[in-house]
Design a protein around this ligand. Structure first.
Ligand code: HAM
Length: 412
């Protein structure tokens, strides 16, 4: 037997309504804050991800799903591991810089990362991604946070905690990088294998390490936020002022660095305490001004964020989410064997009236069809008798003769 690949999952019929609810709520939040939908390809030129996300990040070095066709000699593609790179490419490729700015885009994306599967970590996951182009103003960062907060609170996850940090400008980060190397170098032998490697490739990521070997050395490590210049400090303070005005609670976390290299200035993460000890990240994002020019676009500012929908769905399921009872009455067409063709002939007109239908003519008797219909949640059943078309109210048991064109009104 062939099973689904490790780290992927089937969403079964009983689970799709929660998924639809989560996706719909996120989309509504995005639309209500002026984001328009964009859809981009599931795979892109591998160079796009390498240039955007940064060599030396786990996502590029270890987790890319490379795609090769039979006849793609010389072409190298990868399944998208995240959404920002593809949306930035589309913004540049389609000349969206000529549109009135800011351009606000959202997308629901299936993403692929070859990670070690565990609770809340899949090899295919879905994100609600938002990107805002054409503004370097701190209000744009705050707007993105507001959009995620709106989606989370509408989903009943207002207890998610927001952590905020600033990664400063490229120059500030470069200076800080040297400070970090100076601090960690003498401790090198004590650090975890990952951190030893990162010391030369990406020392900022050491700050984000959860490895017990690294933990004793983190509290005294220098903080980038302490060496920010006036402009970066002012940018962060202004984002905070907006959040306070809107009543969005946050904490400043000087250790927050995020796993992708394109960020500068504001970065943030939403998380929820988890029984496993480590808080579970529900989403995150930040400003990435240098990515647009790096990919051939304008130097006009960009900020965005993603929410991990698998984790939102898992969390809501754990918290006992109940599907609101369906507003649409479901009508069962039931019939004795001899009359099935006549009953089947009613169906097209009922479908064209947009009535939700259920049938199972494979069941023999009328009574077994009625029982099954009630179990399926049908509220009415329709069948043909000698007296004409009969409509039975399955909850109250009442029955009446109806004409086909009256059925819709009778069941509302
Ligand atoms: P990210 O932090 O890599 O950011 O992912 C965002 C969220 O997606 C995470 O907080 C988590 O909830 C969820 N997530 C990530 N990996 C997995 C996984 N393997 N299984 C389940 N859920 C996962 C980004 O991807 C950025 N592109 C966000 C962004 C948009 N930044 C600017 N614009």
């Amino acid at each position: 037997m062939i099973n689904a690949p490790r780290g992927t999952r089937d969403i079964l019929p009983g689970q799709t309504s929660l998924w639809k609810h989560v996706i719909h709520t996120c989309e509504q939040a995005a639309v209500s804050l002026s984001f328009s939908e964009i859809r981009v390809p599931t795979f892109e030129d591998v160079a796009l991800f390498q240039r955007s996300l940064g060599e030396g990040t786990d996502i590029i070095d270890k987790e890319l799903f490379l795609v090769r066709g039979r006849h793609t000699e010389g072409e190298q593609y990868a399944l998208r591991p995240e959404g920002t790179a593809g949306i930035v490419r589309a913004y540049i490729q389609h000349g969206m810089r000529t549109l009135p700015q800011p351009v606000r885009l959202y997308s629901i994306l299936n993403l692929f990362r070859y990670e070690r599967p565990q609770r809340g970590r899949y090899r295919e996951h879905v994100q609600f991604d938002i990107e805002q182009f054409g503004s370097k103003d701190p209000s744009a960062d705050a707007w993105v946070i507001l959009t995620q907060w709106t989606a989370l609170t509408r989903l009943g996850l207002g207890d998610a905690q927001l952590s905020l940090n600033s990664l400063g400008t490229t120059e500030e980060r470069e200076f800080f990088r040297e400070q970090l190397i100076a601090y960690f170098k003498p401790l090198q032998e004590e650090l975890s294998e990952d951190s030893k490697r990162r010391l030369s490739s990406n020392p900022l990521r050491i700050l984000d390490s959860k490895d017990p070997l690294d933990q004793p050395y983190l509290p005294n490590a220098p903080h980038l936020i302490d060496s920010l210049g006036n402009e970066s400090r002012h940018h962060l303070d202004t984002v905070c002022t907006y959040l306070k005005t809107w009543g969005i609670a946050y904490t400043i976390d000087p250790f927050l660095v995020r796993g992708l290299d394109y960020y500068c200035q504001t970065c943030f993460e939403w998380s929820i305490p988890s029984e496993a000890g480590r808080p579970l990240a529900l989403g995150g994002g930040g400003r990435y001004d240098s990515l647009l020019p790096a990919l051939g676009g304008p130097d006009s500012g960009a900020v965005g964020a993603g929410l991990g929908l698998d984790r939102l769905v898992d969390l809501l399921e754990e918290r006992g989410w109940q599907e609101p009872s369906s507003e649409v009455p479901k009508l069962a067409i039931v019939e004795e064997k001899s009359n099935k063709e006549a009953a089947a002939a009613l169906i097209p007109q009922l479908v064209s009236q947009n009535i939700a239908l259920w049938t199972d003519f494979s069941r023999g008797s009328l009574s077994s069809q009625l029982k099954a219909a009630a179990k399926e949640g049908c509220t009415y059943a329709l069948f043909i008798s000698e007296q004409g078309l009969q409509l039975k109210d399955l909850r109250r048991g009442a029955q009446q003769t109806v004409r086909l064109e009256e059925v819709k009104d009778a069941i509302i």
